[in-house]
Design a protein around this ligand. Sequence first.
Ligand code: NAD
Length: 362
Amino acid sequence: MARHTITLIPGDGVGPEVSEAARRAIDATGVDIEWEVHNAGLDVMEEYGQPMPDHVLESIRRNKVAIKGPLTTPVGKGIRSVNVSLRRELDLFALVRPCKWYPGVRSKYSDVDLIIVRENTEDLYAGIEFQEGQPDTHRLIDVIGELGDRRQIRKDSGISIKPISIGATRRVFEFAFRWARANGRRKVTAVHKANIMKHTDGLWLHVAEMVAKENGDVEFEDRIVDNMAMQLVQKPELYDVMVMPNLYGDILSDLCAGLVGGLGLAPGANMGDDIAVFEATHGSAPKYTGQNKTNPMAMMFSGMMMLRHIGEGEAADRLERALAEVIAEGRDVTYDMKADRDDPTAVGTSQVADAVVARLGR
Ligand code: NAD
């Protein structure tokens, strides 16, 4: 059996707990993995002077595959999100987030099986921002005012720039069609607001339509993002793979996670041309740090995606079945999966891992 070397970044907050639980579950599949464990985030700032030290990036570049726990982004302290810079540094341009309902999950919905593909490098999240009151911001406002008959931007504005390029749009749609085909999905939906933002979302839609023509074997349609939000709540079963720019992808990922049981169950994969970094949709949930309380299943499902990615599909299927059994039984699950969040029968993070590992060992 081939040995895989994989970078593991435990993360901070509840990251180390859910990552350890996921590592145990992945190891219990019997796949031979050598873990290269590297810390990143606020905890290593003092030691290395940056939250994502070079040796961590080098490990991911060398191994081509990583799984990471969540990393905290402090609010308003001038530190850019480590997650955003990791995606940019490694050019992980597509974030794949499956939202699948499993029997036993408490939700208003059943039979939801959606995939969000979120463009990861552009849009309002590109980080090109101008602070209110700064000389550069005033200059930019003046230049925009001079450019023809555009409406004047108020002087006391802050500005965030929204770039959407032909190249980045094309590659994320080409990825989505490839992914849809490889995973037996029937339809790709392009999500946008092209009726209002003609030169960004309009371009996005135009490029999507071109790529769709080149991939005629997969069905294609488009939806305006506000309508998409309503449709997802009313009839999620109509959709399959949805491709969207960064900001809409961030928001609709949480909406879709809500359809299938919440953040504790929502996995993800940041994909580049030859590097993949797997991580849950949820963040570091700091208020639960060290309490053995949060749900490790989102990280475990991310591990399942990782196993499929490295060609260990049979092990991935076994991990998925073990998780589905634990969910269906409803006994060894964390507080977020109980009808009442204060249910005293809820188990902790490591007990979920025990239950999943026990099933894999049978
Ligand atoms: P969060 O996802 O950390 O937590 C929001 C709430 O969701 C929690 O308080 C908890 O009630 C629930 N929750 C989250 N994960 C859960 C789990 N596994 N099991 C059970 N319940 C769970 O979101 P936040 O509070 O907005 O962000 C906290 C920090 O995490 C911020 O610094 C943010 O920047 C960071 N973050 C990191 C990532 C990442 O590393 N990819 C993603 C999102 C947020």
